[in-house]
Design a protein around this ligand. Structure first.
Ligand SMILES: Cc1ncc(COP(=O)(O)O)c(C=O)c1O
Length: 421
């Protein structure tokens, strides 16, 4: 049996309908490329679900994980610590805004958010107050665990589970047009004294199709929450580590969130790792002589030394490879490409922010994840050796930072050929 046949026999892959799914065995990665079992080369234009920021199989990160594995592969994080976690924490605290003082480890983006929402509720509980409601943005996606599904916009992904999700107050993402009404709605919710926290995907709502909103108004919203003492949580799982052109999307804000949720790019795509970074104020609400104030949450692999070693190596690469210069170059190329195709007759809307670009294709009715155009584009580009994973009728380009101009232009050319056919 071939690899593909065996895969079909034994494995259930995420997100795609398995009936009719065409799964491609990939056997090697190198920089911005991956290779299938027949040696066919593909440009990874979506950084393998937005995680491989330095490209594939970077020898420096691989070496650091290997060295760490020979030293200490794992130690329970309850009661113990290790140099890689301490080093990583110190470095991240320096990169995050000044108000952030403590890091809590988990394993992925959903759990980073799950931890944040549990912390927000217990933050109030520990002060003898019952605040259990959340505000989130319409179209937000925060992950696939029950808490993070609850914080995710209704419809689409989570329909079978909707009756089991807790109620959340959703408000529209802010734009110059809806500014007053959004700020009013937010304030009305804040005035109820029932809100534990406001969570948001800052500036770019990834899974919804790279929808983009106003950094300035979102910052004002954070400021308003602060006036009412409500916790603000930036889900930077996708936007962190240079995606937006700065370390974090929140670096564009005047008012800094109290909690940051990080994952995806944190280890350069080598190891699963989630981090929930919090302000002193949040941490202090748990620091107590009362055992009930303890945060009783943790996962077996929390703080895994190999994951931390990968994250430290990824941060090293930002320094030694001048990654922010590469990021700046990609930002410019994305901008130029988007401007060149935004008036194409097949394009409903084209947008970019930082290293992120999205092309919304014309289609009957509203854009949505279940639109079949995405599959058509996917297959068209695959034949040309380009991997992009459109979100419904939205083509998204989220390249690894190591991609060179020539390869990015090959990818653009593929999209233009699709649009012109
Ligand atoms: C903004 C955001 N939050 C959370 C998640 C969930 O992360 P994970 O898939 O690692 O659980 C994602 C994943 O796409 C995301 O984009």
């Amino acid at each position: 049996m071939s690899l593909k046949q065996k895969d079909k026999q034994y494995i259930w892959h995420p997100f795609d309908q398995q009936k009719g799914a065409d799964i491609i065995p990939i056997v090697k990665g190198l920089g911005a490329f991956v290779f299938d079992e027949h040696g066919k080369k593909y440009i990874d234009g979506f950084s393998s679900w937005w995680v491989n920021i330095h490209g594939h199989a970077h020898p420096y990160i691989a070496q650091k994980i290997y060295q760490q594995a020979l030293e200490l592969e794992h130690i329970a994080f309850g009661g113990f610590t290790h140099p890689q976690a301490v080093n990583l924490s110190e470095r991240l605290i320096h990169l995050l805004p000044n108000n952030i003082e403590k890091l809590f480890f988990s394993d992925n983006g959903s759990t980073a958010n799950e931890v944040a929402l549990k912390m927000a509720v217990q933050y109030w509980f520990n002060q003898g107050k019952k605040r259990t409601r959340f505000i989130a943005l319409e179209n937000d996606y925060h992950g696939d665990t029950f808490g993070s599904m609850s914080l995710t916009a209704r419809g689409g992904f989570n329909e079978p589970f909707e009756t089991l999700l807790f109620d959340v107050d959703f408000i529209d993402a802010p734009t110059n047009e809806n500014k007053d009404s959004v700020l009013n709605k937010l304030e009305n919710h804040l005035k109820t004294n029932e809100i534990a926290a406001f969570i948001f995907e800052p500036i770019i709502q990834g899974a919804a199709g790279m929808l983009m909103h106003s950094p300035e108004i979102l910052s004002e919203m954070i400021g308003l929450c602060k006036t009412y003492g409500v916790v603000t949580i930036a889900d930077e799982v996708f936007t962190g580590f240079g995606r937006t052109g700065k370390w974090f999307a929140s670096d564009y804000f005047q008012h800094k969130p109290d909690v940051f949720c990080l994952s995806k790019g944190i280890t350069g795509g080598f190891m699963p790792l989630g981090i929930t970074a919090v302000s002193k104020d949040i941490y202090q609400a748990f620091y107590s002589d009362n055992a009930k104030h303890t945060f009783l949450h943790g996962h077996s692999y929390t703080g895994n030394p190999l994951a931390c070693a990968a994250a430290n190596a990824s941060l090293d690469l930002f320094e030694v490879e001048n990654t922010f210069e590469k990021i700046e170059n990609i930002c410019q190329l994305q901008k130029t490409f988007i401007e060149s195709i935004q008036h194409h007759k097949q394009v409903r809307n084209a947008r970019h922010f930082g290293t992120i670009a999205a092309i919304e294709l014309q289609t009957d009715g509203k854009s949505n994840y279940f639109n079949s155009k995405g599959k058509e584009v996917y297959q068209f580009l695959l034949k040309k050796g380009i991997i992009l994973r459109p979100l419904g009728n939205v083509i998204t380009i989220i390249p690894p930072y190591c991609i060179v101009e020539e390869d990015l232009k090959t990818l653009y050319q593929g999209i233009v050929e699709y649009l012109n056919q």
